[in-house]
Design a protein around this ligand. Structure first.
Ligand code: SF4
Length: 212
């Protein structure tokens, strides 16, 4: 075997090991979410949120490049785009909103619910923002925000996150492989949809239960 073919074989073996490692992580989360599927929806979401926060904190600590993350309170450009969540997250958000006496704008959710991730930007600008975005640019459900919001961490100039002015491929992200895999497993096991549709479904489910 020549030196170059040995190097290529080693590289291939490393790639295979990495793929198997990532597949193992995905399988572990898939199993975990399948096992949790029948439990009380808000608590399933709450546990997953705590778990992803711990993962992100662990991986940020291990990776010095995470110190370049620019996201912060009041930086809300990503809250004007489509956000994909899973039903248990919607149940948790509705439960929190009700407990906090927050009024969800159902008419706006219905309008937003007609759009997909691809057509989201065709809405009137006033409708594009997440219904939980406060007037000061802060998230009003921060403790209960979905995983999609927790793991979206940007290291490029926040101005580039403005999808009206800049293409998405200009945004630099810091990410944790494990957090990405965990969220992929949750979306696959529980089913994914954009936040307005799942919030409406959770609101309607809650109303039906109140009537009974
Ligand atoms: S839930 Fe909060 S962080 Fe997520 S898009 Fe809405 S306002 Fe932004």
């Amino acid at each position: 075997m020549t030196d170059s073919s040995r190097a290529a074989a080693n590289r291939k073996a490393r790639e295979e090991r990495k793929k198997a490692h990532l597949r193992g992580i995905m399988d572990r989360y898939t199993e975990r979410f399948r096992a949790a599927g029948d439990r009380d929806a808000p608590s399933v979401a709450r546990e997953a949120h705590i778990a992803i926060d711990e993962l992100l904190a662990r991986d940020r600590k291990k990776d010095a490049s995470s110190s370049a993350i620019r996201c912060g309170k009041g930086c809300d450009r990503c809250c004007h785009g489509p956000v994909e969540i899973w039903p248990q997250e919607a149940a948790l958000l509705v439960e929190f909103a009700r407990a906090a006496g927050m009024e969800l704008d159902q008419a706006r959710l219905e309008r937003q619910g007609r759009y997909t991730a691809d057509t989201w930007r065709q809405q009137p600008a006033a409708d594009r923002a997440c219904g939980f975005l406060g007037g000061d640019g802060a998230c009003t459900v921060y403790e209960f925000r979905p995983n999609a919001c927790r793991k979206l961490l940007v290291v490029s100039d926040p101005a580039l996150c403005d999808a009206e002015k800049h293409p998405p491929d200009g945004i630099g992200r810091w990410f944790s492989w494990e957090a990405e895999l965990m969220e992929s497993a949750a979306l696959e096991v529980f089913g994914a949809a954009l936040m307005p549709r799942l919030l409406l479904a959770a609101l309607n489910r809650g109303e039906r239960e109140d009537i009974r």
